[in-house]
Design a protein around this ligand. Structure first.
Ligand SMILES: [Zn+2]
Length: 243
């Protein structure tokens, strides 16, 4: 009986050793796993097709200037050199980081806010016809269509109630499809002037927040001024088209 108890005790010690080795193995596995966690840029993007290689992405510009020779209404604060003062390539909205100027090499041709008595609810960027336009952040293509006012346009859903819109594109980017994922810096379209009206070549770019589930869909969202002066507090009924 005592032997049996001792035997049992020895057996328990043995199980303890096995348990200990098992835990050690788990710890080693976890440590090994830690060394193979991918870098943030290589992390999977929600909605992205894992079968496809990740798309090529490009850097956003570090500086932004007013277009020379243009009269820019509602321009943010500008330095003597023409550069936008306090420009940062990315701004934080609802915990996300989005590009302010999603066209490398472009200049600002119109600011956000009242223009000719109407609210301009986005930013206009000018660059040569066909210049690549980049997704401002990771997201899903929620709309990809032609409209009389916005021409060829894309709306990206970034999650957390944050969206970006890109209008007047001359063409949509390769591998950009409705419902598909796009990555920050991926080419989503090319600079153009599509619209039913005759308009100059430019990108009309909007950052929007709110719920898509309104009768107006993306046009019921609230435009955001990335330079801050009217941030988020706009009555959208005062807004009509996307010039
Ligand atoms: Zn515009």
């Amino acid at each position: 009986m005592i032997r049996a108890i001792r035997g049992g005790a020895i057996g328990q010690n043995g199980r303890g050793v096995v348990l200990g080795l098992g835990l050690l193995g788990l710890v080693l596995l976890a440590l090994t796993g830690c060394t193979t966690i991918p870098e943030p840029e290589n992390m999977p993007v929600p909605g992205e097709n894992p079968e496809r290689p990740p798309p090529e992405t490009h850097r956003f510009a570090d500086t932004l200037s007013i277009c020379s020779g243009m009269t820019v209404s509602n321009a943010p604060r500008v330095e003597i050199s023409g550069k936008i003062a306090d420009f940062t390539p990315l701004i934080a909205i609802s915990g996300l980081r989005l590009a302010v100027a999603p066209v490398p090499g472009a200049c600002l041709s119109s600011g956000y806010g009242l223009r000719d008595g109407r609210l301009h609810k986005g930013l206009d960027y000018w660059a040569a016809l066909g210049t690549p336009i980049l997704a401002a952040g990771n997201g899903i293509v929620a709309e990809m269509t032609y409209r009389a006012d916005y021409g060829n346009m894309i709306l990206i859903d970034h999650g957390h109630g944050v969206y970006t819109r890109y209008a007047h594109l001359s063409a949509f980017g390769d591998d950009v499809e409705p419902g598909e994922a796009v990555r920050a810096g991926q080419v989503v379209g090319l600079m153009g002037n599509t619209s039913d009206q005759a308009i100059p070549v430019h990108l009309h770019y909007e950052i929007l927040t709110g719920s898509y589930r309104t009768p107006k869909g993306s046009f019921g969202l609230t435009p955001v001024d990335p330079f801050g002066s009217n941030n988020g507090a706009i009555n959208n009924d005062a807004v009509n088209n996307g010039d």
